[in-house]
Each structure stands twice: as structure tokens, then as C-alpha cells.
Design a protein around this ligand. Structure first.
Ligand code: 4AD
Ligand code: MG
Length: 465
């Protein structure tokens, strides 16, 4: 008999009639009861709620029921009936129970409810079996799907940019090197330096920090493109908001100026947040009730008013005028810390903020230079509880200005020669941004630590599973 998803049963989908005999398969969350009857909560991952299985002990071998322990996998066939009990509308009167896989109660680590997030991180390979991570994983899927839907509906081409690259897109030097050289026995050239011509690609290569530079080439041919893939940063930041491997969405659009870029970013975020509210209400309700009482309200709020737009300089003035004591003192030119960002978003404006026109020294080389000579047309979107969720800019489309800044920074023009061709041949105004997928997931799930919104987090000193 074909098994039916517990989601379809609990949502009473068409064709699933009360009184019919059906089969369900899933993992035991809890078993309770007495000598006459066992109540088994079965979860198959399709929905946060478990289905109640009622097993009359006289119908089943005692040895079989003994194997029905938390974590065991069951196939249950029985009659779907209206439930008398509290907390569920329907349940299954078991007629046949097959234990597909046992889970030794002495060894299975997920016995009790309410394990700490820290503990669950240590058993990240099993934490999908908890309600929390079931919700996070379903929401993660829904968001990825909504992102593709949004861009597809708006005429963007999904572009696959390389993960292995010779270019440091952000110029921050935080790259993981990729090599097949024998590290114990490195080939050297005449001057004693490592001879990378002997390496796999014949030169130094690394894992990419961003698909943007390749994306710009796509945009200046296809009009509007987006990337959505893993990116890697060897920044030694052990914070609740940084991963060494994270997923990034990077749209890049020809003929967009910074205002068009901001409009797109706002519309896009609204769309995916609304998508979550519409498509995953059970998951959000669970996270809201169990973890973050303000979650749903915060998500609904995103749609209510426009994000606050202001320049970096205006933001600095607000911070300078506030009475708040910051750990890092505020002055024009600093890279804003999360305490500053959160002050603006949470205390001062009480809504998402878009900061623009940053000092050029603290931003990447590719941003369009303003006429004032000291700021660039960058934009960061700052969110409550998270800080920066999006970083983007209008790009410098003028070859000479771009070369000027690259020379100021002693950047290697040869490595980026292909990129500079965009500005040599048919250059055009264009803009784009990068949304950190896990930062978005922090916002959508209300989780406090970025390690808890990705299946297998990679952070300094940690690449388990
Ligand atoms: O601000 P960033 O460094 O911008 C770029 O990489 C640009 N190339 C994007 C573009 O314009 N196409 O990173 C973009 C976003 C950040 O706003 C943040 O959400 C996320 O990526 N991010 C991280 N997320 C998790 N862990 C990290 N270590 C992150 N670093 C950046
Ligand atoms: Mg940034």
C-alpha cells in the first residue's frame, strides 16, 4: 500500500477519507500509554505536527511494541478516524505495525524534548529529526524556491558562476586556496617561491567569495542575471552571523542605477517574506510559539512600510547625536559594527534601513565613485536582530576610474583583465547586490545563531559531518 504523507492527512486533503485504511511511514517522536493501549506520535518530516497512532496492545506482539521507541522508523497501516483526544483532529487505529528500523533507547541521543541548540549542533547529523530543524529545513527550501520564482517571474537569467577562481572579487584577501600541490614537498622556482605553474590550474586559485564579477559579464549581455550558490570566506569571525561557507543570491542588472537597485532589493525581500507567511504558516507558528514570540509580527511588518533610506554620513550623524555608549567609538570613516547597525535599525528607526554612499576606503574596488571624491555608491540593507543582510552597489562603469582605484590599491590588473573587458566594450551603467541566504534565514526563522539555519555549518575550527 502506498504511504500517505502526514501533511496530506492532517490537512485532510481530498481523497483521504475518514474511515479509510491507509499506510503511513515515519519516525517515532514519543510513545506513551498503558497496558491496554499505546499512543505513538509519528512524524515523517512533511509537517511539524506528528500523527497519533493508537495501538491496542492486545492486537500486537509485546516484543514488537517494545521496539517502538523514540527514533525508530515505522510503517503503520490502519484506519483513519476522528480523534477524541485533545490536540489532534484525526488519528490512526493501527492494524499493522512494521518496525523498519529500531533506535536503541540507550544510544539514540534525541530522547527528551527541549535539547539546547548547542547540544543539537554537536549532533547536527540527527537534528533534522527535531521539530525546530524540520521547520528550519522546510522554510529553507521554501525560501530557495521563492527566490528562483521571483527572479524567473521578473525576467532574470539564472547564471552559474564558477566556484574555483583566480580572482578575489571583494579584494579582502579572505580566500581558501585550492591546490593539488604536495604541501610537504612544494615545487619551487628559481627565486625560491612556490612554483604555481606546477599546480593543477597552472596558477594560484581559490574558492570564490562572490560570483559578482562573472555575474557582471552576464548582465552586460543578458540584461538581468542572478546567481545563487555557495560562497566561501576564510574570515576568522566566530560570530552568530558568520559562516565560512554560506549561500549567496547575487542579482546583477544592466541599466539599473542605485535607486533601481534598492527598489528591487526591497521588493524582492518583501516577496520572499510574504511567500514564507503564505506557504509555511505551521512552521512559522511553531517557531513563533516555541522560540521567538515576535517572529510572525516582525515578518508581517516587512510588508507594512518602506525601508528607511539614508546615507552613511546621515547615519553617522544620528549615531554621534545619540546618547548610547558604543564599544567602538563613532566617527566618519569607520566600518559600522553590528552595535551601530542595530542601533539605527532597532532603536532609532524601528524598521529595516538602507544605508548608501559609504566612504570609498571601506568598500570594494568595483563600486561607482561619487563626484565628492570620497564616497562610493554602495548600499547595505540592515535588518533588525541581524544587521547587514544585503550588500550591493551601482558599479563603476568607467574604465579609467576603475583602473584608477585598482592602481591605488595595488591590485593585479592582469588577473582581472577579462573583467575589465566589460568596461572596454560596450560598458553600461549597472548595479547589483548580494543577499546572504543564511542571514535571510535568520530573519525568517527567528533563530539566533547562523549555525542553526544551515544543515552543516562550516566555521573556524569546525567542519564536522
Ligand atoms: O557585502 P558582501 O561582502 O558583498 C558581496 O559579496 C558583493 N559581491 C555582493 C554583490 O554586490 N553582488 O556580502 C553580501 C552578503 C552580506 O550582506 C551578508 O548578508 C552575506 O553576504 N555574508 C555572509 N553571510 C554569512 N557568513 C559570512 N561570512 C558572510 N559574509 C557576507
Ligand atoms: Mg558587505
Amino acid at each position: 500500500m502506498k504511504n500517505i504523507r502526514i501533511y496530506d492527512i492532517l490537512k485532510q486533503k481530498e481523497g483521504i477519507e475518514i474511515g479509510s485504511v491507509i499506510n503511513v511511514k515515519g519516525w517515532v517522536r514519543t510513545k506513551r500509554g498503558n497496558s491496554a493501549v499505546n499512543f505513538i506520535a509519528l512524524n515523517d518530516g512533511s509537517i511539524v505536527h506528528s500523527l497519533q497512532i493508537v495501538a491496542d496492545t492486545e492486537k500486537f506482539d509485546a516484543e514488537l511494541l517494545k521496539k517502538v521507541t523514540t527514533g525508530a522508523c515505522l510503517s503503520v497501516t490502519g484506519k483513519l478516524v476522528a480523534s477524541m483526544g485533545k490536540g489532534q483532529s484525526v488519528e490512526i487505529q493501527a492494524e499493522q505495525i512494521e518496525v523498519l528500523g529500531t533506535a536503541d533507547p540507550e544510544k539514540y541521543p534525541l530522547q527528551k524534548k527541549g535539547h539546547s541548540m548547542e547540544f543539537l549542533r554537536e549532533i547536527a547529523h540527527l537534528r533534522f529529526r527535531t521539530n525546530y530543524f524540520g521547520c528550519v529545513m522546510r522554510l529553507r527550501h521554501a525560501m530557495a524556491f521563492a527566490i528562483h520564482q521571483y527572479f524567473n517571474d521578473h525576467g532574470f537569467v539564472y547564471m552559474h558562476t564558477p566556484l574555483i577562481t583566480g580572482a578575489d572579487a571583494e579584494g579582502a584577501g579572505e580566500m581558501f586556496q585550492v591546490t593539488t600541490l604536495d604541501l610537504e614537498n612544494l615545487p619551487r622556482n628559481e627565486s625560491g617561491k612556490v612554483d604555481y605553474t606546477k599546480d593543477f590550474f597552472g596558477k594560484i586559485t581559490s574558492l570564490t567569495v562572490s560570483g559578482q564579477l562573472n555575474g557582471e559579464l552576464g548582465a552586460l549581455a543578458l540584461g538581468k542575471i542572478y546567481t545563487f550558490g555557495p560562497t566561501f570566506r576564510a574570515e576568522n569571525s566566530n560570530t552568530p552571523r558568520h559562516l565560512a561557507e554560506f549561500w549567496m543570491i547575487e542579482p546583477e542588472m544592466a541599466f539599473y542605477d542605485i535607486t533601481d537597485n534598492m527598489d528591487l532589493a526591497e521588493d524582492f525581500i518583501r516577496y520572499v517574506v510574504k511567500y514564507a507567511l503564505e506557504h509555511n504558516p505551521d512552521d512559522l507558528q511553531f517557531l513563533n510559539d516555541m522560540f521567538d514570540k515576535g517572529l510572525i509580527e516582525r515578518l508581517q511588518h516587512v510588508d507594512k512600510e518602506p525601508f528607511q533610506r539614508l546615507t552613511y554620513s546621515e547615519g553617522i550623524d544620528i549615531l554621534l547625536q545619540s546618547k548610547h555608549k558604543f564599544e567602538v567609538p563613532v566617527k566618519w570613516g569607520i566600518d559600522l559594527q553590528s552595535e551601530h547597525e542595530r542601533f539605527l535599525v532597532e532603536q532609532h528607526f524601528g524598521k529595516p534601513v538602507i544605508l548608501t554612499d559609504y566612504p570609498k576606503e571601506i568598500k570594494a574596488f568595483y563600486m561607482k565613485q561619487n563626484d565628492d571624491g570620497r564616497t562610493v555608491r554602495g548600499m547595505d540593507i540592515l535588518f533588525p536582530k541581524i544587521g547587514e543582510i544585503i550588500g550591493g552597489s551601482e558599479r563603476e562603469s568607467d574604465l579609467d576610474k576603475l583602473l584608477g582605484i585598482m592602481r591605488e590599491r595595488n591590485m593585479n590588473e592582469d588577473i582581472l583583465d577579462w573583467y575589465l573587458d566589460t568596461r572596454r566594450f560596450g560598458t553600461a551603467p549597472h548595479s547589483g547586490f548580494g543577499l546572504g541566504f543564511e542571514r535571510l534565514m535568520l530573519f525568517v526563522t527567528g533563530m539566533a545563531n547562523i549555525r542553526d539555519v544551515i544543515p552543516f555549518p562550516r566555521t573556524p575550527q569546525n567542519a564536522e559531518f
